[in-house]
Ligand binder design. Structure first.
Ligand code: PLP
Length: 452
């Protein structure tokens, strides 16, 4: 019939003409696209065959307010009809960019009051590195170039962001040359507090600062909770220890809030779970709920003031789409909705529903373990024998199989297959209701019978 013919045509064109990001080129050539989506409504996605799925990762941890919102579409449409785009170079400006920067200043902690816009997460991290390195150069400390990040951190795919990423499947891709990046072992809280006798001290952030010399370290970057690297939640006190460490040596702390920001963890920003104020926050994704691309580097007012005092020259860094009026208009509406609909406190309530869901999965399914959940950022592991940490063989396939079983039953989730991890990540839109989350857990439970 006509519909099947159209679907086949699209699949063929996809295979012939569309190279997909972070995807297997071979599998694409052999099988074509894995899904073609045609519609989104709330937390649900519908594919070209009419099958509906729960969008269990908010697409790419970004469609936080859910799909199909008229208010966000209207904000974009109004701006597109009035002034779709103007440049922000040479201090040209536009109303949505002005208003959303002011709004960001209101909702961010401390004096993180100044926003530099980009088109996404990688560009934000890249911009943070370059602006910080330029600052140190202007300060007469040109040796301060190194960025320390964490193993298993994910910071994006532009050159610097790739090097900062602590996952070697990404950071060796294309022989990504970019000097000045070091990766520390995550979560060595005692070392960061000053315990130099710890066996892993040398690979801690403090150990690396000591080895390289603090005068050569520009900044430390980390996610408040690691996302793509396996949903790794730092132990309590870790971020505070790192904040104190950075203060001790006058090193900037950059929080990559690209997943955690704008309510995902049940606080407006992930760092607020530990009550710390970083020197920079990089954001993207949830800032527009994914409806249009936008990212930003948010910096302290004092940093901007110092930069202005150090040079009367031009900041030779900016993207065509820095301060895109349409993206900013959607961001402004997104932030309004977050506030008006009390989304952040809703997330905190839904955290309980997810935690209860995990508790009953663990009770009923012997292979489920290591559940973790902060707000609507959650994950669990699948082990053959959780008591002895014995994985299924090969381990990564357990997560892949479970993810496939969930998809067959109408739930899209993210398997983490990095270095034998067997983790399933569940991070549904922040507007998910109790009933919707329970629907997802019913699917998890049913899908897990595939292992029993
Ligand atoms: N940082 C984190 C924590 C991310 O999760 C991502 C994307 O997943 C990025 C940076 C890169 O963002 P983008 O893909 O928008 O460049």
């Amino acid at each position: 019939n006509v519909k099947d013919t159209l679907t086949e045509q699209l699949r063929e064109w996809d295979r012939n003409y569309f190279m997909h990001p972070t995807s297997s080129v071979r599998a694409h050539q052999e099988h074509g696209p894995s899904h073609i989506f045609t519609k989104g409504e709330g937390i649900y996605l519908t594919d070209i065959n009419g099958k509906t799925y729960i969008d269990g990762l908010s697409s790419l941890w970004n469609v936080n307010l859910g799909h199909g919102r008229k208010d966000l579409a209207e904000a974009a449409r109004n701006q597109l009809e009035t002034l779709p785009f103007t440049s922000s170079f040479n201090n040209f400006s536009n109303e949505p960019a002005i208003r959303v920067s002011k709004k960001i200043a209101e909702i961010t902690p401390g004096d993180l009051n100044v926003t530099f816009f980009t088109s996404g997460g990688s560009e934000s991290n890249e911009s943070a590195f370059k602006i910080i390195r330029e600052y140190w150069k202007l300060k007469g400390q040109p040796e301060r170039t190194n960025i320390i990040s964490l193993q298993k951190g994910y910071h994006g795919v532009t050159l610097g962001a790739t090097r900062a990423t602590g996952m070697d499947n990404f950071n060796t891709f294309g022989t990504s040359f970019a000097p000045g990046f070091l990766q520390a072992t995550p979560y060595l809280t005692e070392c960061e507090k000053g315990d130099t006798t710890h066996p892993n001290y040398a690979s801690s952030i403090r150990g690396m600062i000591e080895k390289e010399g603090p005068e050569k370290i520009a900044a430390v970057m980390m996610e408040p909770i690691q996302g793509a690297g396996g949903l790794n939640v730092p132990p309590k006190g870790y971020l505070q220890a790192v904040r104190a460490l950075c203060d001790e040596f006058g090193i900037f702390l950059i929080a990559d809030e690209i997943i955690c920001g704008f309510g995902r963890t049940g606080k407006m920003f992930g760092v607020e779970n530990e009550g710390i104020v970083p020197d920079f926050m990089t954001v993207a994704k949830g800032i527009t709920s994914g409806y249009v691309p936008l990212g930003a580097v948010i910096m302290r007012e004092s940093f901007r003031d110092e930069l202005a005092s150090l040079t009367d020259g031009i900041l030779f860094h900016g993207f065509t789409y820095s301060g895109h009026p349409t993206s900013c208009a959607v961001a402004l509406k997104t932030l309004e909705v977050l506030e008006k609909e009390n989304i952040v406190s809703h997330v905190k309530e839904m955290e309980i529903v997810v935690k209860n869901g995990f508790a009953s999965l663990i009770e009923r399914h012997p292979h489920v373990t290591n559940d973790r959940c902060v707000g609507l950022l959650s994950a669990f592991d699948v082990f053959k024998e959780p008591e002895t940490n014995t994985p299924f063989q090969p381990a990564e396939f357990a997560a892949q199989i479970l993810s496939k079983e969930c998809e067959d039953r109408g739930l899209i989730i993210r398997p983490v297959m990095y270095k034998g991890a067997n983790t399933i990540v569940f991070a549904p839109p922040l507007v998910s209701t109790k009933a919707e989350i329970e629907e997802a857990f019913a699917i998890f439970s049913d899908a897990l019978t595939a292992f029993e």
